[in-house]
Design a protein around this ligand. Structure first.
Ligand SMILES: C[S@@+](CC[C@H](N)C(=O)[O-])C[C@H]1O[C@@H](n2cnc3c(N)ncnc32)[C@H](O)[C@@H]1O
Length: 249
């Protein structure tokens, strides 16, 4: 599906609507929101909760720790947020979902928008996933305490690709993951800094040589860090070095 002039429409179902737009209210995404290039509605699942306490969760069938978001409550929230004509993909943020990729982000950005369900607790009752056609999406192999931060990641990645949001569209085409490569290194002034110089080729004015150098660097970095993007096996991250800065003693 390709977009028309109607704004890209995001609806978030969450127990914490106050977390939106959060960081997306500033910079490129915030400006685009203010311009009406996209719209954001954060709806509280608890409005469909049960009883005096608007309860949304219950104990897991079969026993075990934690609580589970009820299927009837979440289905009511989804039904109230969507109409018959709503053809937007329905995403459920979930660590066991398919990993989010730039290709999936691009497809979402080209569509009419998305309904995004943010899980909490141990997760959501399995029946609502099939019953309401939810697509489980993960933002990485780690566990967050809720789906809200993951939903913000999905929205940020999509919104920056909407027409007119990034100043220069070329910057969206040459980025990491486009064409199965990570991006080449960037430099700017000063030319020499702490004994490290900008590679000579970048000051040569020879555009063909610069393009060749960038391609070679992108291939080198991809082969080193993400061979899986080029058909190799994924790197083992368990042993990777920390980049958190100097240790405090
Ligand atoms: C504490 S987590 C539940 C983890 C679940 N018990 C499991 O082991 O897979 C609560 C919610 O955070 C969200 N979440 C956590 N990690 C995520 C990830 N890597 N990607 C997307 N959503 C995630 C999901 O919405 C999930 O329902």
């Amino acid at each position: 599906m390709t977009r028309t002039d109607t704004p890209w429409r995001a609806t978030i179902l969450t127990l914490y609507p106050e977390m939106f737009p959060g960081p997306l209210g500033v910079s490129l995404s915030g400006d685009a929101l203010a311009r009406g290039d996209w719209t954001l509605e954060a709806r509280n699942i608890r409005e469909h909760g049960l009883g005096r306490h608007r309860s949304v969760d219950d104990t897991p069938a079969g026993g075990g720790a934690g609580m589970v978001l009820r299927c009837d409550v979440l289905a009511a929230a989804i039904d109230a947020a969507t109409g018959e004509q709503d053809r937007r993909p329905r995403l459920l943020m979930s660590p066991r979902g398919r990993p989010l990729t730039q290709a999936r982000v691009r497809a979402l950005a080209e569509g009419p928008g998305a309904l995004i369900v943010c899980g909490r607790f141990e997760g959501v009752d399995e029946r609502v996933i099939a019953g309401r056609g939810l697509e489980e999406v993960s933002i990485g192999d780690y566990v967050l305490s809720g789906g809200e931060v993951a939903a913000l990641v999905v929205l940020d990645a999509c919104v920056r690709l909407l027409p007119g949001v990034m100043g220069k569209m070329a910057s969206g085409v040459e980025e990491s993951f486009e064409g199965g490569l990570l991006e080449y290194p960037h430099y700017t002034r000063p030319r020499d800094w702490e004994g490290r110089a900008i590679p000579d080729v970048l000051s040569s004015g020879n555009h063909a040589a610069i393009a060749r150098w960038r391609r070679a660097e992108a291939e080198r970095i991809t082969a080193e860090r993400r061979p899986d993007l080029r058909g190799g096996s994924a790197p083992d991250q368990a042993g990777s070095k920390s980049i958190t800065g100097p240790s405090r003693s």
